[in-house]
Design a binder for this molecule. Structure first.
Ligand SMILES: Cc1cc2nc3c(=O)[nH]c(=O)nc-3n(C[C@H](O)[C@H](O)[C@H](O)COP(=O)(O)O)c2cc1C
Length: 357
């Protein structure tokens, strides 16, 4: 509950959020009780876990099979059960997903954002219309694609992303937000093309899950590592670079553990700040902790509204004062800083620290 005059109200995708903290997709968000707890602890909006292309394509194949089979009226007799993949990683099939949206929309006051996750333009995107009809306030699009082919060029991959966006955009009127990967060679150009292609917002960034090798079993390790705060820097850089330059909302995502990261992302220029790993680690009560930290930081500095701090440290705002901020000059500065720090330690001992002005 708000106890001060500090205004955390935030615009995101044309929606009004009571604050900029958004619970990004996570297995817990498939549970209505958990979503309620997030709301009770103050969350600004929730994103449901994704519905995956593999689930929707499996359902389409299953329905095709049913239609071709003469015993289609009795699928149990014909043995045409939906394959396991239909339920997806969260045990929520395409129809159950629509029901989850309906229930979440009815149970919560905060915006409920659905998520579609795929890699190819295809019939699966048709489900976006059903997601809208079920009552989602917006749709997040996670295009998770690993381009392993030697002969596949960057432009072709970029076009694939834009085609998926365009197909989804054509199906719905609700806001669509693209969860961007950080691996394009021209992030700013790609961000701008997503906006031209109909994205109302960008999530900066999606976090790809690289495999590890389990040496004792000689298998690929399937352990999913939650994020660490140090991982925020890539997203921080690009939020700061993009802020104020695109006609779309910006959501910062990756590495939020404490309110410090929330403040940093807002200073870089994020409209909203998303968190998954921290909520998986600490539970829904952590939302209140993050918001209390944000409030305390603002109040200690006499900040009355987030508009006063949003983008204060963005490239646009800093560049008149600091040459090459966020660019190559900053890279050289960081190396120079490190080198002088090392030289100082060599002279005065290992425990010594100094600040380079
Ligand atoms: C267990 C787990 C499940 C996730 N499931 C999804 C998902 O269904 N869809 C999606 O877009 N992102 C998914 N994510 C990614 C998160 O939404 C988020 O982008 C990522 O974890 C980085 O944010 P964080 O540093 O706050 O964790 C998942 C992450 C985790 C850890």
């Amino acid at each position: 509950m708000d106890t001060t005059t500090l205004d955390l109200t935030t615009g995101y995708l044309g929606l009004t959020l009571r604050n900029p903290l958004v619970a990004s997709p996570s297995p817990d968000n498939a549970d209505l009780g958990h979503l309620r707890q997030l709301e009770d602890n103050g969350i600004g909006a929730v994103v449901l876990p994704s519905l995956f292309e593999e689930q929707l394509s499996a359902r389409a194949r299953w329905l095709d099979d049913l239609e071709r089979n003469t015993e289609a009226h009795n699928p149990e007799a014909s043995g045409y059960f939906p394959p396991q993949v239909l339920e997806g990683p969260y045990g929520v099939g395409p129809d159950a997903y629509l029901e989850l949206i309906r229930q979440a929309r009815a149970a919560l006051d905060v915006p409920v954002i659905a998520s579609l996750n795929g890699a190819t333009p295809g019939g699966w995107v048709d489900h976006a219309a059903a997601i809208e009809a079920a009552g989602a306030d917006a749709l997040e699009l996670n295009i998770y694609y690993v381009p392993v082919e030697l002969e596949q060029g960057g432009r072709e991959i970029e076009e694939r992303y834009l085609q998926v966006l365009s197909a989804v955009r054509a199906k719905v009127r609700i806001p669509v937000v693209v969860k961007m990967p950080p691996y394009f060679s021209a992030i700013a150009d790609m961000a701008s093309r997503f906006v031209d292609g109909g994205a109302d917002g960008l999530v900066v960034f999606n976090r790809f899950l690289q495999p590890d090798i389990d040496l004792s079993r000689m298998t690929l390790s399937s352990e999913l590592a939650l994020s660490q705060p140090e991982e925020m820097r890539l997203a921080l850089l690009w939020v700061a670079v993009l802020h104020g330059r695109l006609r779309c909302s910006l959501a910062a995502s990756t590495g939020v553990e404490t309110s410090e990261q929330v403040v940093k992302y807002l200073l870089a220029g994020a409209d909203v700040v998303m968190t998954t790993s921290a909520l998986l680690r600490h539970g829904p009560g952590h939302v209140a902790t993050l918001l209390a930290g944000l409030r305390a930081w603002c109040e200690a500095r006499g900040v009355a509204s987030l508009a006063e701090i949003r983008g204060l440290m963005s490239r646009e705002r800093l560049r008149d004062n600091v040459a090459g901020v966020y660019e190559r000059a900053n890279y050289l500065h960081l190396i120079a800083h490190y080198s002088s720090h090392q030289a100082y330690r060599a002279l005065f001992g290992k425990g010594a620290h100094h600040r380079v002005p």
